[in-house]
Design a protein around this ligand. Structure first.
Ligand code: ARG
Length: 458
């Protein structure tokens, strides 16, 4: 049997909802974070109803005042959320009715929670993306700063995690700048799909009341109104797109993490991460672990998971709204939080990275990293590259077989044994510095090219 009138939809029901069902279906525990946007949307909706003559001037003002008061109550932590009222939308509506009486029930005229929630998420995500873009830019600045500090630092560049050719550390770091630059661009681009106003689609078919969606869009700063009511209550593309962008961004941070973890190991010894950004071990007293990059790498998996949760949740849903979609917010909120935290902590972590320049240089000079330059030398003297490649391969094998000596330990006579084209100047030609500064192709690792890119960025 029914107790008291409480739920917005209970007119059709004769029995109370099972407590377990209430708990199972409620979303207020997580969607309450949308309260600001829900109230913002409701105020705009209410003003529009007033402007269209659906509410009187006085009614409009009372409802707006009530909503503003509720916002303050929530901000002060005085608001009591009730899972029996399912979600943030009905919690706020119920409180409005408590505060201003039956008039509060007029707010929901010409809309449904289906278009309301779509509006709320769009308002929310639009703000969060702006914040995320700010965080990306901050991290990009940290990268530039570290790159400038290391404009002359030479390191081994890798392919297959084998030493390949010497590069500037600044150049390597700026590769991450480029990735983040694309992440920023992707989010900027996604804003045009988020910035569309869905209110007025109501449950799915639109409304017969004489509403003015353009006016709501203007009040809420949306350049456009959605063009199909069925699509606009069932579209979650923009959330999936956000999570896909986040997956790519986290993949970038995860690759950076992996490098910092490797580089700070004693095997590499390229960098040290400041103690305030490391933790110790409860059993091994000597340990200083790179937990922050490890956790960013680990969280990347969860962000991919969120993307897959959403894609899987949506893949078989018939049009239009289905309750399944309530789950979207769990994945979305977690993604937003994780991306913001990871970006912010990385901006600070990079300031705590100490670079062991000598180790990097030593490592760059080992492993015959200028073998390609030696071949280029022969090519400049007219030898076909394939032949030059073979000759230098023989030089490398010779060095390995002779105590693993470096190119710089060869005598002119020894090296001439492989080709007559070698002259004394070969030894200057194959220094790591010369190798780097000859990489003058666009976007190459020569100091000139790197400085050019930094100037362009700045
Ligand atoms: N809490 C719901 C959600 O987040 C709001 C929309 C509910 N609509 C409905 N007809 N039950 O998706």
């Amino acid at each position: 049997m029914k107790k008291e009138m409480k739920k917005a939809w209970e007119g059709r029901f004769t029995e109370d909802t099972d407590r377990l069902v209430e708990e199972f279906t409620a979303s207020v525990s997580f969607d309450k974070r949308l309260y600001r946007y829900d109230i913002m949307g409701s105020i705009a909706h209410c003003k529009m109803l007033g402007r269209c003559g659906i509410l009187s001037e006085e009614e409009t003002q009372k409802i707006v005042k009530g909503l503003e008061r509720i916002e303050k109550e929530i901000e002060k932590g005085e608001f009591e959320f009730d899972i029996g009222l399912e979600d943030i939308h009905m919690n706020i509506e119920r409180r409005l009715i408590d505060l201003i009486g039956d008039l509060g029930g007029k707010l929901h005229t010409g809309r449904s929670r289906n278009d309301q929630v779509a509006l709320d998420i769009r308002l929310y995500l639009r703000d969060e993306i702006e914040e995320i873009i700010r965080c990306i830019r901050e991290l990009k600045r940290s990268i530039i700063r570290l790159a400038k500090k290391n404009i002359d630092t030479i390191m081994p560049g890798y392919t297959h995690l084998q030493r390949a050719q010497p590069v500037l550390l600044s150049h390597h770091l700026l590769a991450y700048f480029e990735m983040l630059d694309r992440d920023e661009e992707r989010y900027n681009d996604s804003l045009k799909r988020i910035n569309v106003m869905p209110l007025g689609s109501a449950a799915l078919a639109g409304t017969s009341l004489p509403i003015d969606q353009d006016y709501v869009a203007t009040l809420l700063n949306f350049p456009k109104v959605t063009t199909n009511s069925i699509d606009s209550v069932s579209d979650r593309d923009f959330i999936i797109e956000f999570c896909a962008g986040a997956s790519i961004l986290m993949m970038h941070l995860s690759r950076l993490s992996e490098e910092l973890i490797l580089w700070s190991s004693s095997e590499f010894n390229f960098i040290e991460i400041g103690e305030s950004f490391c933790t110790g071990s409860s059993i091994m007293p000597q340990k200083k672990n790179p937990d922050v990059p490890e956790l960013v790498r680990g969280k990347t998996g969860r962000i991919y998971g969120n993307l897959f949760s959403l894609l899987t949740m949506m893949k078989s849903l018939p049009l239009a709204y289905n309750r399944d979609m309530q789950e979207d917010k769990i994945s979305l909120f977690d993604t937003v939080d994780t991306v913001k935290d990871s970006l912010s902590i990385y901006s600070r972590l990079l300031k705590e990275v100490k670079v062991n320049k000598e180790e990097l240089l030593k490592s760059a000079s080992k492993g015959f990293t200028t073998a390609t330059d030696m071949a280029d030398y022969l090519v400049e003297k007219g030898l076909p590259f394939r032949e030059a490649h073979k000759i230098v391969g023989e030089v490398v094998r010779y060095c390995i077989n002779n105590n693993n000596k470096g190119f710089d330990e060869l005598t002119l006579q020894e090296i001439k044994g492989f080709s007559d084209l070698f002259e004394e100047d070969i030894f200057r030609y194959i220094t790591v510095e010369n190798s780097i500064n000859r990489k003058r192709s666009k976007g190459g690792t020569s100091k000139n090219e790197v400085l050019k890119r930094i100037a362009e960025i700045e």
